[in-house]
Ligand binder design. Structure first.
Ligand code: PLP
Length: 409
C-alpha cells in the first residue's frame, strides 16, 4: 500500500506541486482512502464529514442503489459499441426528461459540466446562425476553452484572451441588459446559473431572469439555465429555473447526475435548440458520451434524490436557523450568509479569514469547498443523505472554526 508521503511525492513530481500542497494542508499530511455516505476516511485513521466535494456528492459517497446499478452494468456491458443502439443511454434520456417534467424532450449526455456548456453554445450558434453569447458577471461555467469564455472570472483566462466564443458579460441586477445586447442581432443565447455556485451561493433575482427570458425570445435567442451545481434538488427542486416558471430552452445538469459514483452531465433541451443534432448527430459527438456505466447510474440516482426530497427541505430549514445564528454570534467575522437549499455560502470578513476557517474546519473534521470566484466565501454543500445530527455537528464545527480563525478585535 502506498504511504501518504509517497502519494504527495507522486503528486509533486507527476501532477501539480500545488495540488500536493493544498491536499497536504487539508488532510494534515494524510490522504483520503475510503468513503461511505457523508464520511471520508483518511490514511491516518481519522474520519471527516464531507460537506464539500464541489457539489458532486449530493447522495453522499457510494450510495448503495447507485453502486448496485453501476455494478450490474459493469457485469453486463460496461462500454458501448457506438454503432449499435444502446438501451441504457436511451432509458436514461427518457428518465431524465420526465424528471424535469417533460417540457424539454431532448438530451445530450457528456461527462463533465463543461462538455454540456460547450454543446449548448454550439447548438445555439448553429440553430440561430449568430455568434454571440450573453453570460453573467460572477457566473462559472467550466474551464475548457469554449466554456471558459462564459466563465466570468478573468483569473482563468490570463494568457488565453480571445477565447473561441464571442461572449458579453452582463450585470445580474440589470433588467435591460439582454434587450440592450440583443439590438445587435448577433446573440445566439443567454446563459445563466439561477443560483451562482462558485461565486459564493448567490441566487440571481428571478424577476430579472424572467425579463431576460422574454427579451431573449423576442430577439430570437435561446435561454439556457446552467444548473450543473444548483439543479437536481441541490437547491430544492429538480430545476430551479423550471420551478420558478422561467421559459428556458435548455437546462444543464452534471456533478451529482451520476449519483456521486460515475461522471455524467446532460443538456436537456427543446426540439428547436436540439435541431442541428437531430439533423446530424455527428455534429457533436465524443467517444464516451452516453457511456453505459454512467447512464446506468442515472435512474438509480434520480430515484434516490426523489426519495430524499422532503428530507432535504428539513435540512435546509435547519441550515437557515443554524447559519443565521452563526452570523449573529460572530458579527465581526461573518459578513453574510447566503444560498438556497443545500447550497450555502458563509461570507467572511477577508480572504485570509476564509482560508483560515477552511483549514480549521478540515482539522476539526469538516470538509467544505472554497469558492473559486469569491475567496471570502466558504461554501457548504451538505449531501441530501445527511442526518439532522450530521448538520448539527457541522454547524458546531463551523462555530468553533470561526471562533478560532476570527481576527482578534
Ligand atoms: C454552474 C457550473 N457550470 C459548469 C461547471 C463546470 O463543470 P465541470 O467542472 O464538471 O466541467 C461547474 C463546475 O463547478 C459549475 O458549477
Amino acid at each position: 500500500m502506498t504511504t501518504a508521503t509517497e502519494v504527495f511525492d507522486q503528486l509533486r513530481r507527476h501532477l501539480s506541486p500545488k495540488l500536493a500542497l493544498t491536499g497536504s494542508f487539508a488532510g494534515r499530511g494524510a490522504v483520503e482512502t475510503a468513503a461511505d455516505g457523508v464520511r471520508v476516511t483518511l490514511s491516518d485513521g481519522r474520519s471527516v464529514l464531507d460537506f464539500g466535494s464541489y457539489a458532486v456528492t449530493l447522495l453522499g459517497h457510494r450510495h448503495p442503489e447507485v453502486v448496485a446499478a453501476v455494478r450490474q452494468q459493469l457485469d453486463t456491458m460496461p462500454t458501448a459499441t457506438r454503432s449499435l443502439a444502446n438501451p441504457v443511454a436511451a432509458a436514461a434520456s427518457a428518465r431524465l426528461t420526465s424528471h424535469l417534467g417533460g417540457a424539454l424532450p431532448k438530451v445530450y449526455f457528456g461527462l463533465n459540466g463543461a462538455d454540456v456548456v460547450e454543446v449548448a453554445v454550439k447548438l445555439a450558434r448553429l440553430a440561430t446562425g449568430r455568434p454571440r453569447v450573453i453570460a453573467v458577471r460572477g457566473g462559472f461555467h467550466g474551464k475548457s476553452l469554449g466554456a471558459l469564455a462564459l466563465t466570468h472570472s478573468p483569473l482563468y483566462r490570463v494568457g488565453l484572451q480571445g477565447c473561441a466564443v464571442d461572449v458579453v458579460h452582463v450585470d445580474p441586477d440589470e433588467p435591460d441588459a439582454v434587450a440592450r445586447e440583443l439590438t445587435s442581432s448577433q446573440v445566439a443565447a443567454v446563459v445563466f446559473e439561477p443560483v451562482q455556485g462558485e461565486n459564493g451561493a448567490v441566487p440571481l433575482p428571478v424577476e430579472i431572469l424572467r425579463r431576460w427570458c422574454q427579451d431573449a425570445h423576442q430577439g430570437g435567442a435561446f435561454v439556457i439555465a446552467d444548473e450543473i451545481q444548483c439543479g437536481l434538488r441541490r437547491c430544492g427542486e429538480p430545476s430551479v429555473a423550471l420551478a420558478e416558471g422561467l421559459p428556458v430552452d435548455g437546462v444543464l445538469l452534471g456533478k451529482p447526475l451520476g449519483g456521486g459514483v460515475v461522471p455524467l452531465s446532460a443538456l436537456v433541451c427543446s426540439e428547436s435548440l436540439y435541431a442541428p443534432l437531430a439533423a446530424d448527430p455527428f455534429l457533436h459527438s465524443a467517444t464516451f458520451g452516453g457511456h453505459p456505466l454512467s447512464c446506468a447510474a442515472l435512474p438509480a440516482a434520480l430515484g434516490a434524490i426523489e426519495q430524499l426530497a422532503e428530507h432535504g427541505k428539513a435540512l435546509s430549514s435547519q441550515l437557515d436557523a443554524g447559519l443565521d445564528a452563526l452570523r449573529d454570534r460572530h458579527p465581526a467575522a461573518v459578513r453574510a450568509v447566503r444560498g438556497r437549499g443545500l447550497l450555502r455560502g458563509v461570507d467572511l470578513c477577508s480572504p485570509a479569514t476564509a482560508g483560515a476557517v477552511v483549514l480549521e474546519l478540515a482539522s476539526r473534521g469538516l470538509l467544505v469547498s472554497p469558492c473559486l470566484g469569491r475567496p471570502t466565501t466558504v461554501r457548504l454543500l451538505p449531501p441530501l443523505v445527511s442526518t439532522e445530527a450530521d448538520v448539527a455537528e457541522a454547524l458546531d464545527i463551523l462555530d468553533a472554526a470561526v471562533t478560532a480563525a476570527a481576527p482578534t478585535p
